[in-house]
Write a protein that binds this ligand. Structure first.
Ligand SMILES: [Fe+2]
Length: 289
């Protein structure tokens, strides 16, 4: 399969979605909204780590203290009204109508050196599709770096698996149970990741591996059905990135474009909307229609 990278072409919302659902990846350089989002994330990082160089802070901190600070950063960034406003602004900037979307609050990922910490709040994701974690296949993923990123610490995508099934353990993943029990355990997992993430059960052929090294605010938009994961960070600088998910409401109603390549995760009935918000009003997705 050929994977197209569509670069700085905004297109219409309907055209873009169709291309995303068939595996195309969009890259859009430094929009106003995404630049503001990465600036805001960096400001929260500087504030909580009390330094102008939060990317090297972990080198001087005991890992328990680092984990506590990461949790503070995540809570502030994820739950702020400003982050939600920036997602709405982003949708408008790419010619989508916020009234037609739900979004999941944006997350900030902090990936220090792998040997320092790769579990819990800084879990280094093994190759996965978000559908293995209970996301529907019409989920649209967004990812951007907070600081200029080098390929050796970027996120990896393996586009050759977009429509090729991978043996995996998603049948053991129940999103309702995960949200109620496992998600809270992130901060307890310092040495070893004990939470049962869905994992590939076969070796991944990495020949098609794609790593995109962008600047702050450069956003990558791709289908939740793409196989992707964290490149282990072997450097002495932490990787900071932002990710968030959107659903177009019409896709939820029709389950349009659902291509379930290989996920057997359970518990999705209504529950995957639990943490989503209306992109126009910010009211919880489960209370609006
Ligand atoms: Fe993911």
């Amino acid at each position: 399969m050929t994977t197209n990278i569509i670069w700085n072409q905004i297109l219409t919302d309907a055209e873009r979605r169709e291309l995303i659902y068939s595996g195309n990846i969009f890259l859009i350089s430094a929009l106003k909204s995404t630049s503001k989002m990465s600036d805001y994330a960096f400001q929260v990082l500087c504030d909580k780590f009390q330094t102008n160089e939060p990317e090297t802070a972990f080198n001087h901190l005991p890992v328990e203290e680092f984990a506590k600070t990461v949790e503070k950063v995540k809570n502030e960034f994820t739950n702020s009204l400003y982050s939600k406003e920036l997602i709405r602004e982003f949708l408008m900037e790419i010619d989508s109508d916020p009234k037609e979307y739900f979004f999941d609050v944006p997350r900030i990922r902090i990936v220090p050196n792998y040997d320092y910490l790769h579990a819990g709040i800084s879990y280094a994701y093994a190759p996965h599709r978000d559908t293995w974690y209970g996301g529907p296949s019409y989920q649209i993923n967004h990812w951007m770096p907070v600081l200029p990123i080098k390929p050796e610490i970027a996120m990896a995508v393996w586009p050759n698996y977009f429509s090729t099934p991978v043996q995996n353990s998603s049948q053991e993943f129940d999103i309702t149970y995960w949200d109620k029990v496992q998600r809270k355990k992130a901060v307890e997992n310092i040495k070893v990741e004990s939470r049962p993430h869905p994992l590939p059960l076969e070796e991944i052929n990495t020949e098609s591996e794609l790593r995109i090294a962008g600047n702050p605010g450069d956003i990558m938009i791709f289908s939740a059905n793409h196989l992707h994961g964290t490149v282990p960070n072997r450097t002495n600088r932490a990787r900071f990135s932002i990710d968030f998910r959107t659903f177009n409401k019409s896709d939820i109603q029709t389950a349009n474009n659902s291509v379930n390549t290989d996920s057997q995760a359970t518990g999705m009935d209504g529950d995957y909307l639990r943490q989503m918000f209306d992109a126009n009003t910010f009211s919880p997705a489960t209370s609006s229609n």
